[in-house]
Design a protein around this ligand. Structure first.
Ligand code: 13P
Ligand code: 13P
Ligand code: MG
Ligand code: MG
Length: 364
């Protein structure tokens, strides 16, 4: 059976500040998707949140970038925004950049990760959802999951993935993409993946048969809007087992809380902390950046789950390490590299401060 898994997300208003989701907003989103399920537009859905980001997880048979599915997500975000405005939640409608829907939510503010797949005999998928960071945060874990044999034992010992994987990488500045094949082009690939503010993995494919293995949301709100309108907190879908990395290989890279950009005012580097659903409430300096992992078994398009994959003591050490790094980075205050580089700050209100001071600079 061919099934499309669509994860579409937006920040439609935070509670309190940018930290959390109001429970009534979740109810409105569920009601909206429940109606679409009753009408037969979608097969199944789950509404989750990470920090102030509302995550719509939907299954259907209409393929990727379907106007009806995207309209459903857009209308749901609009309904949630109306409630957020009524409740005076913070930044109501923050990620909805357009006034009217025009066929596809891409470029309108929300983040989108979608994959159409032929459901296998058993179809485990992990959906990662993050707050206070950007899609470049997935570069390091995706490299480790699909190209690093010290993470994924299957690259060495499983004949069905021994050929490796192909990475589809986006350059958000030039708006071009490149496909690179691992392991042969690993060193070339790392030239780009190591610069996650500019180059971001859009998807990963199994080389043997070009089967989709992972899809990420790569919208860049700050570049799209031409000014800072909030970080584009990203989502990622990864398929697991039977020719793909095992669930534990998919989760393994998150045992290292690597530095990502985001955090306070979207302008700082901080550790990417894996947490259970109930701790997806970034509060210290609006962070540190968080990631949750929802595990599902697809069954004829039904979303059996979620299992809260980081709700496990084996990630306690990563969380402890993230707290140590939080402390260390915070001690830098307004200094780089805690604060992002000036280039990256171009999309904040910083240029206005610089402009105000420009006449004060005297030639030597
Ligand atoms: P089980 O023996 O529990 O099925 O595990 C197999 C496996 O590959 C774990 O990574
Ligand atoms: P969000 O991108 O999660 O809305 O956070 C914005 C912010 O400014 C946090 O300090
Ligand atoms: Mg927000
Ligand atoms: Mg957010």
């Amino acid at each position: 059976m061919k099934v499309t898994l669509s994860v579409i997300k937006a920040d439609i208003g935070g509670y309190v500040g940018h930290s959390h989701m109001h429970p009534k907003v979740l109810d409105v989103a569920s009601e909206s998707l429940d109606g679409a399920k009753a009408d037969g537009l979608i097969l199944d859905f789950k509404v989750l949140y990470c920090g102030d980001d509302l995550e719509l997880i939907m299954t259907h048979t209409k393929g990727e970038e379907d106007p009806d599915i995207h309209k459903l997500a857009w209308d749901t975000f609009i309904r949630c925004t109306e409630l957020a405005k009524k409740l005076k939640l913070y930044g109501a409608g923050q990620d909805l950049l357009a006034d009217a829907f025009s066929g596809n939510v891409k470029g309108m503010g929300p983040g989108v990760a979608e994959m159409e797949i032929e459901e296998r005999k058993s179809e485990p998928v992990i959906i990662f959802m993050a707050d206070k960071t950007s899609p470049g945060a997935w570069n390091l874990p995706l490299f480790r999951i699909f190209a690093d044999p010290f993470c994924t034992a299957g690259l060495v010992i499983d004949p069905s993935m021994h050929d490796g994987f192909v990475f589809d990488v986006l350059d958000v500045i030039e708006n071009v993409k490149i496909e690179m094949s691992c392991p042969e082009e690993m060193y070339d690939l790392l030239v780009f993946l190591g610069a996650p503010a500019r180059y971001m993995v859009r998807g990963v494919y199994r080389k043997r048969d070009n089967e989709v293995a992972a899809k990420a949301s790569v919208q860049r709100l700050n570049l799209m809007a031409g000014r800072y309108v909030g970080k584009d907190d990203p989502v990622l879908i990864v398929r697991a087992q039977s020719g793909f990395p095992a669930v534990g290989e998919v989760l393994e890279p998150f045992s290292f809380p690597h530095l990502v950009e985001g955090w306070m005012r979207g302008s700082h580097h901080g550790p990417f902390m894996p947490v259970s659903f109930k701790y997806a409430t970034p509060s210290r300096f609006d962070g540190p950046p968080r990631v949750i992992a929802a595990g599902f078994q697809l069954n004829e398009g039904m979303l059996v789950g979620p299992v809260d994959m980081f709700d496990d003591p084996s990630f306690d050490y990563a969380r402890q390490k993230a707290l140590e790094v939080t402390e260390y980075m915070r001690r830098h205050g307004p200094f780089e590299p805690h604060r992002l580089s000036l280039e990256e700050m171009e999309y904040t209100t910083m240029p206005q401060v610089m402009k105000k001071l420009q006449d004060r600079f005297k030639k030597l």
